[in-house]
Design a protein around this ligand. Sequence first.
Ligand code: PMP
Length: 457
Amino acid sequence: MNAAKRVYDNVLQTIGNTPLIKLNRVTADLPCPVYAKVDFYNPGNSIKDRMALKMLEVAEKEGKIKPGGTIIEGTSGNTGMGLALAAIIKGYKCIFATTDKQSKEKVDILKAVGAEVIVCPTNVEPEDPRSYYSVSKRLATEIPNSWYVNQYDNLANRLAHYESTAPEIWEQTEGKVTHIVVASGTGGTITGIGMFMKEKNPDIKMWAIDTYGSLLKKWFDTGELDMNEVHPYISEGFGEDFLPQNYIKEVIDHFEKVTDKDGAVMARRIAKEEGLFVGYSAGSVIAGLKQMKQHLKPTDLVVVVFHDHGSRYVGKIYNDEWMLDRGFLEVSTVRDLIGGLGRRRLVTIDEDAKVSDALELMKKYDIEQIPVLKGTDVTGAITQAGLFKRMIENTDVKDFSIGDVKEVALPLVEMDMPLERLKHYISKDNGAVLAKDDSGQYHILTKYDVLNAFSKG
Ligand code: PMP
């Protein structure tokens, strides 16, 4: 039947058969076409629905879980979502252990689909009893009729991609695919797809994307599991601090590392320039592919895998303040700086108000200067330093009207002014500037905002 007309008995039947979508802008500098296997079209918004269902079906077949049993897993969210959906339809309970590095949204989403979630510390060794690996293993021994999924070493993980993801890519490209690029964590996706592709055509190149702070690339290049490679990182969903059993080295051709910043910046570009609201690792995949562009030629056909959806990262890579705090946003103009500060209320005072009102506002909002308005026009400023000088001269100043004591207005700067120039407007005597945005709204930039931008840049 025509796929679009098909009616489904339950949500699990909608897993897989995701679209392959050509990228038109973010990879325009590459010599060959690049298509994205956009797996956030799965019902749980990630590729992990495929392996979650497969692992559960295999466990049922092998008698590892009985009706009414409990599914236990250490998961960063996506696998949990897939397992939770399968559990709802098939009648199981779910308990997931995850780390405090994961976004709160991911945890709330898992709870929304009925799972119990235990949040464990990130920065402990996998063997530490507090780690999410250890906690999930312990629960599985304590809870009767429970099944510990262990996506890392459960080979049904890679089998799912061998049986579904890979054949779909093969058919969608009519066997013409030459390179496949995948962010790699458990190794299930890259290995499963790699096993299938190497059987079809051993010349197809499988490129895995790793991150700094993970030991996978060094293991691949040298065979060594070097714990000196391991440190906390910000990228989510891929990279590992140990070697999962799902990996088969022989079906992978190369590992490429991508920085936390490059992945995050590229994910935002994919959303803005391709209209695909992707997760963090999709950005890392494209950033890594572009690092490899000298190895591509016009006759190649690249397929990248986009694992999950941007909605899980709204408080992170899609939040300007989060990006700015980590030095991930290039701040080059007043507009960028204002965008990164988020919504801030501009405190102003009317010419007819009293100095005592201004002092109250300064105390309440902990601010040193207030623009003075007449109607909607900025006519001057009140500064702590100026008021202090006046108070020394005249103790009654509190009852003066603002119009009588106001100082010259804060300089008004253009939204497109480069930050390098903005620096010159901020001095000992002048602690802030104003900028008017396209909608006519005023914003204040203090010397602290400017200093912060330069210390992070
Ligand atoms: N990206 C995201 C967003 C993921 O959730 C995962 C799975 N942890 C990966 C990439 C890596 O996939 P795999 O575990 O199959 O190697």
